[in-house]
Design a binder for this molecule. Structure first.
Ligand SMILES: [Zn+2]
Length: 407
C-alpha cells in the first residue's frame, strides 16, 4: 500500500468520529497517516474553503501506545526504578537512530534489570488498527484520543472551549495546582514561567493544550459511548485510559528527551497537573451528561482517578530524577567507554537478548536520520557481543555452531 494510504473509511468508529468532528467544528480535516514521521503535524492552508490536514504519525502513535503500556506497568509495580529502566530502553532507541552510540549504553543498562523483546512500530500500529476495526474499546481510545487531541489544536476547536478557560480565571489553575504538587516537587516560581515561551507553563501554550485535551476527552467519550454492535461501555476502564493522556506527555517530556533539568521537570509536572485538573472536570461533567442515572458511579470513579493520578505523578517525579542522573552519566561516555560499559556491566547471559534487541532497532530505522555507515558499524559492534568461537549468528538470525576444528 502506498505511503499514508491506510484506508480508515468503513471503520464504524471512524465514521462516527468524522460525523462528530464535522458537526462540532464544521469541517473534517484530511487525515493522512504518516508512515515514517516521528511526530503528528497539522497543516493549515490559505483560502476560506481550504481543508486543514493532520499528518498522523504511525511512529508517534506506536510510541504513545508503548509509553502507555510502560506507565501502566510501572504504576502497577509502584516503582520509579522501573520507570527509569523503561525510559532507558525508549530514549536509548532514539539516540541510536540519531547516530548516537550512547543509546546502546542506556539499553544495556536496562537489560541488566529486565528482559525485553523489541516490537517494531509498524507492528504496534497494525495491532492498534486491528483493535479499532474490531470495535475494541481500549484500542478505540488509544487510536482516537491522540487524533482528537491534534484536531483540538485547530482554531475552530479552540474557539469551542468553555469561557472560563479563555478568561483570566484560568490563571487560578496554576496556583491551585501548584499548591497540590508542591509537596512532591518542591519550590518553583511558576509565575515567571507563565511568561517564558520556552516553558511548558507558558500561558498561551498551556491554555491551548488544555483546550485540546478538553476537546479530545469529550470527543472520545462520545465516541466510545456510541460504539456499534451493542458493545458495553466500560466506564472505569475508559476513564482510567483517558486520564493517562497528559501523564504520557509528561513521561515523554521528562524522560524521553535529552538533558532535562530538575527545574524543567518541575514545570512539566505542574503543567501536567493543570491539564489533569481540567481534564477530570470535563470527564466528570461529560460522564454525568452521558449517564444521567449514574452520577454517584461517575463521582466514585473520579475519586479513584484522583488517587491514581497523585500516585502516578509521584512515581514520574521520582523516576525522572533517577533517570536524569543516570542518563546524564551515560550520555557523557565516549564510544570507547560505551563499549567498555556494555562489556563490563552486562552479564554474558544477557548478551543474546540484548543483541536481538539492538539489531531489531537497526532494522526498524526507516525514516530516522541514522547514517548508513553508522548502521553498518553498529551492527558489527553489536554482533561482536555474541560471536564466540563456537557460536555464529547469521544475518537471518540463524545460530550455527561451527564444527570442532573446522574452518
Ligand atoms: Zn497538544
Amino acid at each position: 500500500m502506498a505511503d499514508g494510504q491506510v484506508n480508515l473509511s468503513g471503520i464504524p468508529a471512524y465514521e462516527t468520529f468524522v460525523r462528530l468532528v464535522t458537526q462540532n467544528i464544521g469541517v473534517m480535516p484530511e487525515i493522512k497517516l504518516d508512515e515514517n514521521g516521528t511526530a503528528h503535524r497539522i497543516q493549515i492552508f490559505d483560502g476560506p474553503d481550504a481543508i486543514p490536514r493532520v499528518l498522523f504519525s504511525k511512529r508517534a502513535l506506536a510510541r504513545y501506545k508503548c509509553c502507555k503500556d510502560v506507565l501502566g506497568y510501572v504504576l502497577g509495580k509502584k516503582s520509579p526504578e522501573s520507570l527509569c529502566n523503561m525510559a532507558c530502553l525508549l530514549l536509548g532507541k532514539d539516540l541510536l537512530l540519531n547516530n548516537r552510540f550512547a543509546g546502546a549504553a542506556l539499553i544495556a543498562h536496562a537489560f541488566t534489570k529486565l528482559r525485553s523483546k523489541y516490537t517494531c512500530d509498524s507492528e504496534v500500529f497494525d495491532y492498534m488498527l486491528a483493535g479499532v476495526r474490531e470495535d475494541n474499546q481500549a484500542a478505540t481510545i488509544n487510536f482516537f484520543h491522540p487524533l482528537a487531541h491534534e484536531i483540538g489544536h485547530l482554531e475552530r476547536a479552540q474557539a469551542l472551549a468553555p469561557a472560563p478557560i479563555h478568561s483570566d480565571k484560568f490563571l487560578d489553575t496554576y496556583r491551585i495546582n501548584y499548591d497540590a504538587i508542591w509537596p512532591i516537587v518542591g519550590d518553583l516560581d511558576y509565575q515567571a514561567c507563565q511568561k517564558d515561551e520556552q516553558s511548558p507553563l507558558y500561558l498561551p501554550l498551556l491554555r491551548e493544550e488544555v483546550i485540546s485535551d478538553w476537546f479530545a476527552v469529550n470527543a472520545v467519550m462520545y465516541l466510545v459511548c456510541h460504539r456499534t454492535r451493542d458493545r458495553k461501555f466500560e466506564m472505569t476502564e475508559a476513564f482510567a485510559s483517558l486520564v493517562m493522556f497528559p501523564l504520557i506527555a509528561a513521561f515523554e517530556e521528562t524522560c524521553l528527551k535529552e538533558w532535562r533539568s530538575t527545574r524543567f521537570t518541575q514545570q512539566v509536572l505542574l503543567a501536567t497537573q493543570c491539564r489533569f485538573s481540567i481534564l477530570i472536570d470535563s470527564m466528570r461533567a461529560t460522564g454525568k451528561k452521558l449517564f444521567p442515572n449514574h452520577h454517584a458511579d461517575v463521582d466514585e470513579s473520579m475519586r479513584d482517578m484522583n488517587t491514581l493520578y497523585d500516585e502516578a505523578l509521584r512515581i514520574i517525579w521520582q523516576g525522572a530524577v533517577q533517570f536524569m542522573s543516570l542518563s546524564g552519566d551515560l550520555m557523557k561516555l565516549t564510544d570507547f567507554e560505551v563499549a567498555e560499559y556494555i562489556r563490563k556491566e552486562t552479564h554474558k547471559e544477557q548478551w543474546f537478548d540484548l543483541h536481538s534487541y539492538l539489531a531489531a532497532i537497526l532494522d526498524d530505522s526507516k525514516g530516522y536520520p541514522i547514517f548508513e555507515s553508522n548502521r553498518a558499524a553498529l551492527r558489527k559492534a553489536f554482533d561482536t557481543m555474541i560471536t564466540f568461537e563456537a557460536l555464529v549468528i547469521m544475518d537471518n538470525g540463524v545460530v550455527i555452531i561451527p564444527k570442532k576444528g573446522g574452518s
